[in-house]
Design a protein around this ligand. Structure first.
Ligand code: GEK
Length: 243
């Protein structure tokens, strides 16, 4: 796949409006997410391994907020139960159209259905694996309990949820350190100070990070028997939760 370089916020904008996953983002998305999220490539690849370990026959695998299908493709590579199906969900039709093209060029055989809709409304049933890689962060915090509860209820016993998020820290010094390190990471990947500042403004009221403790508390309240962080780099982390 040819990747176009992300320069959406490279020129000064009078009012950077709220970020949206529209067609301009779709065309630069693989470049944008790799240069913006430390550990992204590792998290996606390991999501495939986790799915390979926990997927069971006659079950469904959900990729909630699938974007261009990076996690779906990683899981498709590692899950070999013919009776499994991956369901990718996203509320951006532009993302899903491109995702379908990408999946159609992939040669693995596990069936993939793509659903355009809000992850809050999509039924989760007979699931062995549910993945939310950087998606819950875009749901209003007061609505997140219901999403995690629905996932728990729809998982089969022994199933897993993988939840990757941008996070904040209770300790203000560590919080600032991790924000600074993330900005340093973006600078090192070629983003200018202007791009970093304008993107930050565009995401301000849309991407609302929580602490790892808030996530763990919600996951435990939903009923998951085990949960912990399996990966973290600066203020980006991934948790695994077992039913
Ligand atoms: C990856 N997981 O490459 N319902 C459905 N989709 C949503 C919702 C919602 N309420 N809110 C946002 N999205 C992917 C990356 S990107 C993360 C996920 C990022 C979708 C949105 O359209 C976008 O495609 C995705 O969630 C978030 O591993 O760009 O930071």
């Amino acid at each position: 796949m040819t990747t176009t370089r992300d320069n959406i916020y490279a020129s000064p904008l009078d009012e950077p409006g709220q970020f949206a996953f529209d067609s301009s983002v779709v065309s630069v998305f693989p470049d944008m997410i790799k240069r913006s999220v430390p550990g992204y490539t590792t998290i996606i690849a390991m999501t495939g391994l986790l799915a390979g370990r926990y997927a069971t026959s006659d079950s469904k695998i959900y990729d909630l907020g699938c974007s261009l299908g990076a996690s779906t493709l990683a899981m498709r590579q590692h899950v070999h139960h013919e009776s499994c199906e991956i369901i990718g969900v996203d509320n951006s039709q532009a993302m899903l159209d491109r995702c379908r093209n990408i999946i159609d060029t992939d040669t693995h055989e596990l069936p993939v259905s793509l659903l355009c809709g809000d992850i809050q409304d999509v039924p989760i049933e007979t699931a062995s694996v549910v993945v939310l890689n950087f998606t819950l962060q875009f749901i209003a915090p007061e609505l997140r309990d219901a999403v995690i509860q629905k996932i728990y209820d729809g998982l089969k016993p022994g199933g897993i949820m993988v939840l990757s998020e941008k996070v904040t820290f209770e300790d203000p010094h560590l919080d600032q350190l991790n924000i600074d390190l993330h900005h340093q990471f973006k600078s090192a990947n070629g983003y200018s100070d202007l791009e970093i500042a304008q993107k930050r403004t565009a995401l301000e009221d849309y991407l609302r990070p929580e602490t790892l403790n808030q996530h763990k508390q919600r996951i435990s309240t939903a009923g998951f028997s085990s949960c912990d962080v399996w990966f973290q780099c600066f203020n980006f982390a991934s948790l695994v939760a077992l039913k």
